[in-house]
Design a protein around this ligand. Structure first.
Ligand code: SAM
Length: 184
């Protein structure tokens, strides 16, 4: 069985957008307890590395790094473990929330942006990026940067995501490293 309910969200995103393909190198940011990692392996990824602040029980067919994805050298470490740049970076990360809506909003956006910049460093040309964002949270600035750097950018709320939660996912495909422009 899947270790998390969240696994179904990735399954639904993949059924709709066909993100995971055999032979891919994939990085799973915020992997604990490992549901998405299981789905990535099951759907044929060649190599999967999950990263989380929390420990993750081993997942057959995947490697796990216990640490903060923003640690220096994490990009180099991942590329070296994968034997090359990633074809897909997925992030189901969520920050610790305070209950103070404006603070939480800023933290959520900040984390998604950091994940995006991290993806810029480790993605191969043509690669994809999936990240949890929040409604009203898809900041214009971040979206503009994504639209420059990827061929296609879409939003999706998978059915498995609770209706009363404001979470949704941004799905970007066709990474164009030569088009990164953070001045937008
Ligand atoms: N997709 C996972 C699954 O299916 O099992 C669930 C992920 S859970 C919703 C979000 C995770 O993001 C938490 O385990 C948290 O520790 C992790 N996280 C948050 N900030 C992080 C950071 N800076 N570096 C690594 N992991 C982080």
């Amino acid at each position: 069985g899947w270790r998390s309910r969240a696994a179904f969200k990735l399954i639904e995103l993949d059924d709709r957008f066909h993100l995971i393909r055999p032979g891919m190198r994939i990085v799973d940011l915020g992997a604990a307890p490992g549901g998405w990692t299981q789905v990535l392996v099951k759907r044929g990824a060649e190599q999967v590395v999950g990263v989380d602040l929390l420990p993750v029980e081993p997942v057959a067919g995947a490697e796990i790094i216990e640490g903060d994805f923003t640690d220096p050298e994490m990009d180099a470490r991942l590329i070296s473990m994968l034997g090359g740049k990633a074809d897909l970076v997925v992030s189901d990360m969520a920050p610790n929330t305070t209950g103070h809506a404006p603070t939480d909003h800023v933290r959520i956006i900040g984390l998604a942006e950091e994940a995006l910049y991290f993806a810029f460093d480790i993605l191969a040309e043509g690669g994809g990026f999936v990240a949890k964002v929040f409604q009203g949270g898809s900041e214009k600035a971040m979206l503009n940067i994504m639209k420059q750097a990827f061929t296609q950018v879409r939003h999706a709320k998978p059915p498995a995501s609770r209706k009363d939660s404001s979470e949704l996912y941004v799905v970007a495909t066709g990474f164009r490293p030569d088009r990164i422009n953070t001045q937008t």
